[in-house]
Design a protein around this ligand. Structure first.
Ligand SMILES: O=C(O)CCC(=O)c1ccccc1C(=O)O
Length: 407
């Protein structure tokens, strides 16, 4: 296979004149299905700190090429690097978070401590992203092969009962993204199977409150996880930092949301070949793109820093206003945007999908509803109605498209 040849050639060329062999970044080809277990030996070597791997999605040649080039597959890497895992961005040049065996093991240990002990894991996520990788690494670190759900034809919840029944050990866990949880809740046998697990981690995106309530009502042991490739996956469970993880909020005055900054033993060293990246500028800390608040040590994520609106010098987080406005009678769905404004810099604008047949909420109604519940400056200064909101990716509102249309 071309990748292996390339890596082997690079490994030879990395042999120094003195005869020492430099560590090079090797490919870890991971199919999305039970064949992923063929990577067991490499995954164990990774956990032991014996080699450095770049996980690649088998069957997705374009993504494999993109990651191999951007993250310098086959090129030298620090001796203690064990894993380069790409961050979730799908546009631009991918960034690779560099982990040591120590940061990955710290994550596996902290997870086991909080969930009630090491256990076996059901893999239902793509194996080359951090969440799926961690499912496999936690399971292998606990001495169990993961049980693998075949994702070749998409996520099929009706496979869950048989797979859960096949899981070894006395603690059993899985990780899902919110859209998978939603699908599973529609299949009673899948709900029963998930209910037999000791924890179902849900992360990768915010879990909508209604979905969380449905899952908890169904008796599922849901744990909401917050983290990213740079923190070896979730480092905050249900708002509470894992043992050894630290959370700081920067630029916040008390209840005001500020930038979430994360620290602790699970942090990546930095990004592959980007020594000056500002997110890792402060030693021991990673500056996220998220805005959050800490209430009594419990972290609540309120939105993205790059989506915050600055209006008259004050910061409005769109997601906070959307949550409030979403509860207004007559509003089926909504998005909040900042559009350029001469006086304010940006002004807050609401785009509303009205409930069919209901009276359309007007500007005055909307302003009153929002300013009764939030600071007055968060109240929209214009309201537009649409039939549906444009989306990008899995359920995310395309704010840019809306901004272009309503600016
Ligand atoms: O997707 C990411 O970048 C991090 C999210 C993540 O790690 C995760 C996503 C879904 C379920 C469990 C987990 C986890 O914390 O391991």
């Amino acid at each position: 296979m071309a990748l292996r040849r390339r890596a082997a050639r690079a490994a030879r060329s990395a042999r120094e004149p003195g005869g020492t062999v430099l560590r090079v970044l090797q490919p870890l080809e991971l199919p999305a299905g039970p064949a992923v277990l063929e990577a067991r030996r490499d995954l164990l070597a990774l956990l032991d700190g014996d080699a450095a791997y770049l996980p690649l999605p088998v069957g997705d040649d374009a993504e494999t090429q993109r990651l191999s080039h951007a993250l310098a597959l086959g090129e030298p890497i620090d001796d203690d690097a064990a894993l380069v895992v790409s961050t979730s961005g799908t546009t631009g040049t991918p960034k690779g978070a560099v982990h040591t065996a120590a940061s990955l093991r710290a994550s596996a240990t902290a997870t086991a401590d909080v969930l009630g002990g090491p256990g076996s894991w059901l893999l239902a996520l793509p194996p080359h992203h951090i969440a799926g990788l961690q499912v496999m690494l936690r399971s292998l670190a606990a001495g169990h092969d993961p049980v693998v759900l075949d994702l070749a034809a998409g996520f099929d919840p009706s496979a869950l009962p048989g797979l859960v029944a096949a899981m070894p050990g006395d603690r059993r866990y899985t990780s899902l993204v919110p859209t998978q949880l939603r699908k599973a809740l529609d299949v009673p046998a899948a709900v029963a199977a998930l209910g037999r697990l000791d924890a179902v981690l849900v992360g990768g995106a915010a879990t909508p409150p209604a979905l969380l309530a449905r899952a908890l009502d169904a008796g599922l042991p849901i744990v909401r996880t917050y983290g990213m490739s740079e923190t070896a996956g979730g480092c905050v469970y249900d708002g509470v930092p894992l043992p050894g993880a630290t959370v700081r909020i920067d630029g916040s005055g008390g209840a005001e949301p500020g930038r979430v900054v994360l620290g602790g033993a699970t942090l990546a060293r930095g990004y592959r070949n980007m020594p000056d990246h500002p997110a890792f500028a402060e030693p021991g800390w990673f500056r996220t793109d998220d805005l959050g608040v800490l209430d009594d040590g419990v972290l609540r994520i309120v939105g993205r820093a790059d989506e915050a609106i600055t209006t008259g010098g004050l910061t409005v987080v769109p997601q906070v206003v959307e949550t409030v406005l979403g509860e207004m009678p007559g509003v089926a769905d909504c998005a909040i945007l900042g559009v350029p404004d001469e006086r304010l810099g940006e002004k807050v604008v609401a785009v509303i999908v009205p409930v069919p047949g209901a009276r359309r909420p007007g500007l005055d109604d909307v302003r009153e509803f929002v300013s009764d519940r939030l600071d007055r400056y968060a109240a929209p200064r214009a309201v537009f109605t649409v039939g549906e909101l444009p989306l990008r990716g899995p359920g995310k509102v395309n704010r840019r498209a809306l901004r272009e249309r309503f600016a």
